[in-house]
Write a protein that binds this ligand. Sequence first.
Ligand code: NAD
Length: 376
Amino acid sequence: MSEIKYAIVGTGYFGAGLGKIINGLKEAKVAAVYDPNNAEDIAKELNCDIENDVESLCQRKDVDAVIIASPNGYHKEPVLCAAKNNKHVFCEKPIALSYEDCNEMIDYTKQNDLVFMAGHVMNFMNGVRTAKRLINEGQIGDILFCHAERNGWEEAQEQVSWKKKRDISGGHLYHHIHELDFIQFLMGPAKRVSMVGGNVAHHGGQFGDEDDILLITLEFERNRFATLQYGSAFRWSDHFVKIQGTKGAILIDLQDVKVVLKTPDEEKRFLLHESKEVDEDRTRIYRGLKNDGAIMYGKPSQTPPMWLHSIMKKEMKYFHRIMQGTEIEEEFIPLLDGTAARASIATADALTLSMEKDRKVSVEEILTKEVLANDL
Ligand SMILES: NC(=O)c1ccc[n+]([C@@H]2O[C@H](COP(=O)([O-])OP(=O)(O)OC[C@H]3O[C@@H](n4cnc5c(N)ncnc54)[C@H](O)[C@@H]3O)[C@@H](O)[C@H]2O)c1
């Protein structure tokens, strides 16, 4: 089989990590990278070219697929450019910061029959796959309610990252779209949503402008519900998803790392990652953190920890296999055509509108853009 060639837009913490993983895969090679600030060292390490802009990167004849790992607000331009140049796309999460942008990106990639995979890496955690299997086997019955928390405390920063700036990152909800995406995978798209919160404890030059408390309610068809909490104003940090069914429940704990199935008869424990060693390493990292908890962020100078590297590798392996011609499994079709990511952003947009307008919002308002006239 011939080698698949990749290009990367944005080679900071994540893009560089993905590039190193790609070069370690069989019949895969990074041909070129573009990054306005951090291309030199990684290009040397990957033994690849540096391009000076997105256009020339995407126009390269030797490139089959473009990996996009620029800051969240700068994903759209390279996705459209890659699609116009007939390149498949892997785009980091959140793929965009509005439903409209997601639509445009999906339209462009779909027109040319291209793969548009979203970097929703939770899908590649062993424990998440185990949870889905247990649910499919009927072990917890019908899912009635899910609850997720991803929060911690943020101290003053010497340098404020783009990840803390609402217009580029989207804030905690968009930046940490994983849990919302996972819950919608399990329960289907939310119908009506509400969110309260705000920036309650992080003002001034050493902080960004994102909200540090977000409290979310999702309503689904058939009287099913979910709640989520995100933010950096929580001194007691947590990171978990709890799935409550009619016959049992599942806890996916991403901080004190484990997956637990609880039924009236038993409590059974599973790994979240691929080995006990990786689970323990992740737990140790969180225990060692005095602050931040589940809201910690990587920087271009850092390399991802073992647990993150292991799921990034699984994710890239999967994308590469698809690039090599393997058929996409039914479960992964919405992950590989952008539609699952778009459904998460639609719900996030509805939640944002809910907080702005101080009312419940139907996700349909976002999908049809029929925001009530008196809201405008
Ligand atoms: N799936 C995950 O768990 C996960 C984890 C971390 C980051 N991410 C995502 O990966 C992306 C990158 O995050 P990161 O942690 O690597 O951030 P980072 O700040 O470490 O790196 C971003 C890089 O993009 C470059 N850049 C800035 N503007 C650019 C532009 N217009 N075009 C191209 N490159 C540009 C920067 O110079 C920097 O090198 C984000 O979308 C983030 O949400 C995903």
